[in-house]
Design a protein around this ligand. Structure first.
Ligand code: SF4
Ligand code: SF4
Length: 163
């Protein structure tokens, strides 16, 4: 299914997610990287070695959720745009999903956008809380999307509203 549609199978997605208990402990990365390709910059980008060492460059990344601090440094280093950081406890009723974004123009902080799931379907609205676009990110910005807590595991992209 992934090869034909670009949409990962539900079982693979589920297996890549942290437990609810870990989610509630604080920010944590998720790696939605399901195809064995020669790629490993995520491993080298993590300052605390929360990602297991690759024995072969085609290995899939293995993240230790207990080690990961959710710092987000790995997001912009992934050419597959496959890494997200989830912050379930961002606000009382809202969580944040940090997503990689390579389109221009960038959204503005405070902007309301359409939240999309992995299939590109609109699932609601999100508020852009923060836009990270430092030079070292090499034009892969990281957008912080505030969404209802129950959508933290669902929202993975966004679309700006029509003018
Ligand atoms: S979010 Fe930070 S700690 Fe977690 S895997 Fe990425 S770089 Fe490592
Ligand atoms: S950098 Fe991204 S695409 Fe490459 S192995 Fe890591 S998670 Fe997968």
């Amino acid at each position: 299914m992934l090869e034909e549609t670009g949409i990962p199978e539900a079982g693979k997605v589920e297996a890549s997610l942290p437990s609810q208990e870990r989610l509630e402990q604080g920010p944590v990365a998720v790696f939605e990287c399901f195809t064995e390709i020669p790629c490993d910059p995520c491993y080298y980008s993590c300052p605390i070695e929360a990602i297991a060492e690759f024995h072969d460059i085609n290995d899939l990344p293995e993240l230790d959720f207990e080690k990961c601090t959710g710092c987000g440094q790995c997001i912009s280093n992934c050419p597959g745009l496959a890494i997200f950081v989830l912050d379930y406890n961002y606000r009382e009723e809202k969580g944040v999903v940090r997503v990689p974004y390579e389109y221009s123009p960038l959204p503005e902080e405070g902007e309301i956008v359409q939240a999309l799931d992995r299939t590109g379907e609109v699932v609601g609205e999100a508020r852009v809380e923060r836009v990270q676009n430092a030079e070292k990110q090499d034009r892969t910005a990281v957008i912080w999307l505030a969404v209802p807590k129950e959508q933290v595991l669902t929202v993975r992209n966004f679309e700006r509203m029509e003018d």
